[in-house]
Design a protein around this ligand. Structure first.
Ligand SMILES: [Mn+2]
Length: 252
């Protein structure tokens, strides 16, 4: 008999590029192993942003890479697992392809997950720290209606991806700042916990972290580049896990 679905997994920051380099294929291979190791009571997978180093969909055109990953996602969705993508700072347009062809629910800013009396607030986490101020402005500009219209109308997709790669490098510089901003994240989380949430989960810093405070817990998912880490809510508590290839065959 199938157990009641209860577990929610949070994964972020895989930063897959549009290539088939060793690094890209290795990250995907590990992620595929992780997905196939999920227990049968898995309810939802929350992709907490920046799974791709750049994601942008036009109306009739979507990037032609990572078909293998979308097939895996689609298979999981058809088996009854919900997949939600919360946009990160590298996800500029989550569009029809992800939503309708793959079946992923796409969310722009944040999600709230409720289980009984437990309320979890989760978002990618970019722009949360005070030192992200300049970046917050840039994101507003890049996501604004008119800039988006000009971008998608007048720039050929192949050129757009090249431009994005340059922007991605700038964004990476910015991330170095974020790595130092731990107190700002904790302050932000404290505010959310004071609002009545039991847990706050973010990604973006690329450092797995779990800090228990008197009002609740703050968790950072880490990344899927170096740490291969994730957060999991089992219906009661949130813990951090690291996917280990060697466990691949005996975790089911
Ligand atoms: Mn990020």
């Amino acid at each position: 008999m199938i157990k009641e679905r209860i577990r929610t997994y949070f994964v972020s920051d895989m930063h897959l590029k549009f290539d088939r380099s060793k690094t890209t294929l290795e990250r995907k291979r590990k992620f595929a192993g992780f997905l196939s190791s999920l227990p049968e009571d898995t309810k939802e997978i929350v992709l907490l942003g920046d799974i791709f180093d750049f994601w942008y969909e036009w109306r009739y055109v979507a990037p032609s890479y990572h078909f293998d990953l979308f097939c895996l996602f689609n298979k999981l969705i058809n088996s009854g697992i919900k997949i939600t993508y919360v946009a990160g700072n590298h996800d500029f347009m989550l569009g029809r392809f992800l939503k309708e062809e793959v079946g992923i629910e796409c969310v722009q800013d944040e999600i709230v997950i409720k289980h009984g009396k437990i309320k979890i607030w989760a978002s990618h986490g970019d722009g949360l720290a005070e030192s992200d101020k300049g970046y917050r402005f840039m994101k507003k500009v890049l996501r604004s209606g008119i800039c988006n219209f000009l971008f998608r109308t007048f720039i050929h997709p192949d050129l757009a991806v090249k431009i994005a790669n340059i922007a991605s490098k700038t964004s990476r510089k910015h991330r170095k700042i974020c790595k130092t901003a731990i107190n700002e994240y904790l302050d932000f989380a404290a505010g959310k916990l004071a609002e009545g949430y039991d847990a706050v989960i973010t990604g973006h810093r690329h450092l797995p972290q779990r800090t228990v405070t008197e009002n609740g817990v703050f968790v950072n998912t880490g990344d899927w580049m170096k740490h291969f880490s994730y957060a999991v809510f089992d219906g009661k508590k949130i813990s951090i896990g690291k996917y280990d290839d060697k466990e691949e065959n005996n975790s089911r």
